[in-house]
Design a protein around this ligand. Structure first.
Ligand SMILES: Cc1cc2nc3c(=O)[nH]c(=O)nc-3n(C[C@H](O)[C@H](O)[C@H](O)COP(=O)(O)O)c2cc1C
Ligand code: SF4
Length: 388
């Protein structure tokens, strides 16, 4: 994956690395963590020892599975010595490497049994390597697709087992645990998309959870190109310290001009921050550009956050301390410290105009025709792709 060709480690290097695992675990304990997890999955160093795909050694660390597990088991031993007997150790294992010639569930089960015997307290069951020739964590993977691996592990160990990958909502998590297929679930990206997911689930505010859509755009795609973690559905991800949404002690008055989906979203966000928000909308109804199944929840949230809604009102003028609107043939004034203009979009079709007549075939799709939603843009693009 990195493009580097690994070389065989010397015995001294192996021993040194084992020691470093132990030191790292102790640092984590001292830093206040409640558990450490040894990563023996995904094609990283330990799994390169475990797998016949990559382990070509001929010494005591290579050959049969018993030898290939030696590095991992010695790491567990070192970590245990460092963190003490009462500190939980988890181990993440690719139960099926999903690699040609690699370990499958059969070997995966032997590895977790050996880990249990070595004193590991929890198994985090994982699937595949980064190099596996099939999707593992993209949108193509259905939710809970790899729970069956946890189920397989549970058949051979008594310690708790964690199911992982694409478990992005509390209902699915509950179902997995209630079914006995796993004892815990592991959530990665769902907690980037909404760090408050567990709290919201506990409080029964499930409809407030922002679900991870497994797009990988903000998180993994960025991390693998050396950038920091962000998120498509959570603009505050990676900027938590500067982007805290806390109620203000001096609520300001804000008028949002335009009650489409964007205006409503902005209004909700500002109201959540404690501002007194008024939406001024020219049409009779708000959020007409939002789909029928989502619109009602957008309106409900505005009501819940006490956003004042003024419809059939057209902005005439922004003055120093507010806005003047025309409603029912009369002028009305709304006080405001700030005004947000969210009055829609205009298409930018300059490029199409410039190309007109200069090339044999010209098609326009998406927002340059008319700003709308992803569905229309995708279908227009598809229609053009069929024609050309
Ligand atoms: C930004 C980011 C970094 C990750 N780094 C690691 C890692 O170092 N080791 C690892 O085992 N998994 C790593 N993962 C994978 C997650 O632990 C998780 O297993 C994966 O995202 C699939 O589960 P999810 O659908 O709950 O996110 C990372 C995931 C993300 C999004
Ligand atoms: S960017 Fe956000 S929504 Fe997309 S996969 Fe990552 S965490 Fe999920």
């Amino acid at each position: 994956m990195t493009g580097e060709t690994p070389r065989e480690l010397t015995i001294e290097e192996i021993k040194d690395l084992e020691e470093k695992y132990g030191e790292a675990a102790l640092r984590a304990k001292k830093a206040g963590f409640d558990m450490v997890e040894i990563l023996a999955s995904t094609g990283y160093l330990v799994s390169e020892f475990l797998s016949p795909v990559t382990n070509k050694r001929t010494d005591m660390y290579g050959g049969p599975l018993e030898n290939r597990m030696r590095f991992l088991l010695e790491i567990v031993e070192t970590v245990r010595k460092k963190v003490g007997s009462d500190f939980p150790i988890s181990c993440r294992v690719s139960i099926d490497e999903l690699m040609e010639g690699g370990n499958t569930v059969k070997e995966g089960k032997k590895i977790v049994q050996a880990l249990e015997n070595a004193g590991v307290n929890v198994i985090n069951s994982y699937a595949g390597w980064h190099e596996s020739p099939r999707p593992l964590i993209t949108m193509h993977v259905s939710r809970g697709e790899f729970v069956y691996l946890a189920e397989e592990v549970k058949k051979v160990v008594k310690i708790p087992v964690i199911a992982a990958i694409r478990i992005n909502n509390p209902f699915l998590a509950e179902e997995i645990i209630a079914s006995g297929k796993a004892d815990f679930v592991c959530m990665g990206r769902p907690l980037i998309a909404d760090p408050e997911l567990p709290k919201k689930a506990l409080e029964g505010k499930v409809e407030d959870i922002r679900p991870c859509i497994a797009c990988n755009q903000g998180c993994l795609d960025r991390v693998f190109t050396g950038l920091s973690v962000e998120c498509c559905v959570n603009a505050a991800a990676g900027r938590e310290a500067e982007a805290k949404i806390e109620p203000t002690s001096k609520p300001k008055k804000v008028v949002v001009v335009g009650g489409g989906g964007v205006g409503c979203g902005v209004a909700e966000f500002l109201a959540q921050k404690g501002k007194n928000v008024t939406i001024v909308e020219m049409l009779e109804k708000l959020a007409r550009d939002v789909g029928i199944t989502t619109r009602w929840i957008v309106l409900l949230r505005l009501r819940q956050k006490n956003v004042k809604i003024v419809t059939k009102a057209k902005l005439k003028k922004i003055v120093e301390n507010g806005v003047i609107v025309a409603k029912n043939g009369e002028e009305e004034f709304f006080e405001a410290d700030s005004v947000v203009i969210a009055v829609g979009f205009k298409p930018n079709n300059q490029l199409a105009q410039q190309l007109e007549g200069k090339i044999p075939e010209l098609y326009t799709v998406g927002d340059c025709v008319e700003p709308r939603k992803a569905l229309e843009a995708i279908h227009e693009g598809f229609g053009v792709a069929l024609k050309i």
